[in-house]
Design a protein around this ligand. Sequence first.
Ligand code: HEC
Length: 456
Amino acid sequence: MGFGFGLVILALAQGALASGISDDLRRLERCHGLFVGERISKQSPLYVAVISGAMSGTDACMNLLDQARIGQDGRIPHVNGAPELTGHKILSNLVQFHRSQLESPDFNAASGGVRTREMDLFDANEPAFHFVYSLLKSGEPYSNVVTRPFGIRAIRYTARTTPRTRRVVDSGAILYSQGPGPTPAAWNPTLIDTGRIAGLVPDSVQNPVQILETSQAQYQGRNTNAHFGGGFLGSQAYLLATWNGSNFRVWAKDLLADALCKDIPVLRSLDVLQAVKPESTFAWRQGISCMQCHETMDPVSAAMRTQGLIRASPVNEARFWVSRPIDRPSAPYPSMSPDPDYSRRPPDYYLKYRSFDGTLVNLEGTGVASLGQALASRDDLYVCAAKRYFQFLTGIEADIRDDSDPLNPLDLSPSEKKYRQRVIDLGKQLKQDQSARELLKRIISSPTFIYPDRGV
Ligand code: HEC
């Protein structure tokens, strides 16, 4: 017995001497740095468990991630009513990470801090919350980032017992108002929580507006906090962040980047020849290069065409999105000249792009929920997730653009090809099992995670 024990000690010591630190410890140190943003303490139970050989590095990393797991009540694990500190740091770092991956701007920051009217009504991080919720809530499929039929709201540590009814701007608090000016009625919407993030929940807040200007009376009683389906695509925050003042082109362009990691143009010149119409009154219809972007972006934007941005009051104006009535029949997507009834027709769209493997995807449907389903039905959504998490964890950026366009060869090096293939395989596995947590585990347990510079 004593002899065997001695051998184990010797083996441990030799392992430690040979490589400095063991691969298991290297894993834990690396994932602790990435998730928590700090070096792991040598007194931490996970450190002790790994160094004593009681737990593998991969298991320790998953254990760490689970400190930010979102429970049935939407909260991460709590100690004495407050979020456990490590879990809180992981949750807020993951929100930051997903925020940083989005092409769409933060709607508060987008206008240099001028547009503060909605900042207490909608959370600019909501698009990121959809990704984090799929990662940290157990059993939540990844596809829900674009198919979830509800919004996601943050629970914050300083949740108010009495809802706030004022928004705070530079010079002090201002009451929200509803109805026509110059003396509109008070409006007391439930505002978003402020403070340390403690969890994420389905957003069930109802903020109906009761009085509107006569021209908008048909929207009285509407929930200003409505979500329109399609996960992050149909959130008030995403619509505000991508609004260009007249149409949903930026929304469409940004969602392709945010869901699929695709930057237009994502069609080949040959794909759009049929769609080019030199006699059209639309400038972009007349050129092949124009249509390489517009033939993807414009028909996707059509899925949102019935949404309208209205304001609760011209005084202390807060804006929100409503679904406008559909009172005209479907019609082919305009190709020659403007259609005056365009925004009153069913939101028929088509989604046309070249996949990473060169497949020409062409799906059609009606409305944003259907668009989300279409995005979730292809591999690109998942390969994009794999690309992001692979880069987050290993620092290696994989190229997942269309690799079989004869006119635009990618010319990847052997190692670029290898990581591209690795990310594609990981994405396909994610599509199968829908678990972003398993995707992270696969990357963490690979040699690439601890030796990214060795080309493994
Ligand atoms: C790299 C992609 C890309 C290409 C190529 C491209 N566009 Fe665009 N185009 C966009 C985007 C994105 C918008 C929306 C910008 C916004 O609203 O802020 C846009 C908007 C427009 C608009 C404004 C339409 C409106 O009603 O608001 C016109 C006009 C336009 N493009 C014409 C053209 C023409 C003409 C060409 C070819 C010479 C072209 N575009 C090529 C991406 C592209």
